[in-house]
Each structure stands twice: as structure tokens, then as C-alpha cells.
Design a protein around this ligand. Structure first.
Ligand code: SF4
Ligand code: SF4
Length: 246
């Protein structure tokens, strides 16, 4: 298997956008690996030649594949039901543990206080949408709007960190992005560090999120990049199985 990230290299040996391009171009391979791993799991309890004792006569189904449309009463249909139970139960629990392991690894990095996550934060939601979500009980949104306010214009956001702004703009392509900053940042220092909310304490919240090149957590993000992509691919594949078999 390709070694996507050579751990002997500094995580900053390549420009961040090159690293992201590497990931994107390797995602197809990672997705196929995830699909193979899930397929190997579900094949473990595929029934072995149940047709010999099947009460349904002349069903004419030749290809006994996982996504074949089987009639009720068919053992392969039972298998499909077991697959959904397994993927949304035990297997999802295992993925949750994998996610926890990825997030736990974050503690190996320490914030270098460059201030860039406070200077230019993004959301797929507008400020009004975030405030509505906060009012409806969304903890992350509540924490976010407790400190961040929107930039008045994209030009202002760009001036805050031109390199990161360009990376976000190039990567998000057609996706709408809203830009925010925290008024409590003074220079590179948080003026209310002791009272900063969870959104600050828990940053970065997602191993697949783009980070400013100055962020010390890029080392973590790069170290867990393949695992994180694999996890995302598996989560997407489980949804696909659910939709196809449910
Ligand atoms: S409260 Fe402090 S740590 Fe949080 S975003 Fe604002 S300046 Fe940054
Ligand atoms: S961008 Fe990263 S290193 Fe810089 S202040 Fe935020 S968490 Fe710390």
C-alpha cells in the first residue's frame, strides 16, 4: 500500500495545499480500501449455498451478490438484514472507537498560539443560521456565536490571512463559506483565555478540516490523515448500504 505520508518527514516539508492535493488524489484508493474492508466483514456471515433447502422455487436469481434484490423468505435477504444490523450496531461502535483514537492523538500537539484560528474561522452557515441553531440547542453553534462575529466583507477576511483565505477559497470551490473572527484576539493573544468557550478549547474539531499553515495541529492532522479519510469513507459506505438494503 502507498505510504501517503512519510512520517520521517517534517509535516511542514510540503506546502499545505500540496498535502491536501495528495489526499484528494489518494481518496479514491482509500475509498476502495474502505469498501473492501467492509465487504470482507459482511461476507463473513454470508450464508453458504442456502438455495438447496429454499422453499422458494425457481427464483431465477443467478448472481448472489450483496445488493441483489432477494424475495422475502430468502436466506440471502436475511443476510442483508443482518448486514444492516451489524453495520449500524457493532461496526459503528468500532468506528466510534477509531474516531476517539484519532481525536485522542491530538493531545500530542500543543497550540503554538499563532492566533490564526481566532483571526479567520469559517462555517458553512451564516451568522443568522448559527444563532438560530444555537437557540435550538446546538452546543457547537452556541459556543461559536458566543465569541465569533462575521467579517463585514470577504475582502476583510482575506486581509486577515491571505494564504489561508486562498487555500479555503480554492478548496471549497462552489461551496458557500462564511468568514468569522473573534474580537477578543489582541495581537496574537486571547484577551480572555481563562474564559474561552469549548469551541476554542477543542480546536481543531475535525481532522479533515483545513488548518492555517502556522497551526501546530497540522502535525496531528497529517499523522491521522489516512485513518481519518478511511473513517469518513467507511461512514459514507455504511449510509450507502443502509439506503440500498433498508
Ligand atoms: S476567545 Fe480567545 S481563544 Fe477563543 S477565539 Fe477568541 S481570542 Fe481565540
Ligand atoms: S491556529 Fe493552531 S497553533 Fe494557531 S492558535 Fe489556533 S490552535 Fe493554536
Amino acid at each position: 500500500m502507498t505510504n501517503f505520508f512519510n512520517n520521517s518527514q517534517s509535516p511542514f516539508a510540503k506546502p499545505i495545499e500540496t498535502q491536501y492535493d495528495d489526499l484528494k488524489s489518494n481518496y479514491k484508493q482509500i475509498f476502495m480500501l474502505a469498501a473492501d474492508q467492509i465487504r470482507a466483514e459482511v461476507d463473513k456471515f454470508k450464508p453458504e449455498n442456502p438455495c438447496a433447502h429454499c422453499p422458494i422455487k425457481d427464483c431465477k436469481i443467478e448472481t448472489k451478490d450483496v445488493f441483489t434484490d432477494y424475495p422475502a423468505g430468502c436466506k440471502y435477504r436475511d443476510w442483508q438484514m443482518q448486514i444492516i444490523t451489524f453495520l449500524t450496531g457493532d461496526y459503528r461502535q468500532k468506528l466510534k472507537q477509531d474516531y476517539k483514537a484519532i481525536m485522542d492523538k491530538k493531545s500530542e500537539c500543543e497550540c503554538s498560539r499563532c492566533g490564526n484560528c481566532c483571526r479567520l474561522a469559517t462555517s458553512e452557515h451564516s451568522y443568522d443560521q448559527l444563532k438560530q441553531r444555537a437557540m435550538r440547542g446546538d452546543k457547537f453553534a452556541r459556543s461559536f456565536v458566543s465569541v465569533f462575529v462575521p467579517y463585514k466583507t470577504e475582502e476583510e477576511a482575506k486581509l486577515a490571512n491571505p494564504e489561508f483565505f486562498k487555500l479555503l477559497e480554492d478548496t471549497m470551490e462552489d461551496q458557500k463559506v462564511y468568514y468569522y473572527y473573534c474580537p477578543k484576539l489582541k495581537g496574537n493573544e486571547c484577551s480572555d483565555y481563562e474564559n474561552r468557550p469549548d469551541v476554542c478549547k477543542d480546536f481543531p474539531h475535525n481532522p479533515l478540516k483545513l488548518l492555517p499553515s502556522t497551526c501546530a495541529f497540522n502535525a496531528w492532522k497529517n499523522a491521522v490523515a489516512k485513518q481519518s479519510m478511511l473513517l469518513k469513507a467507511k461512514t459514507d459506505i455504511i449510509e450507502f448500504y443502509k439506503n440500498k438494503l433498508g
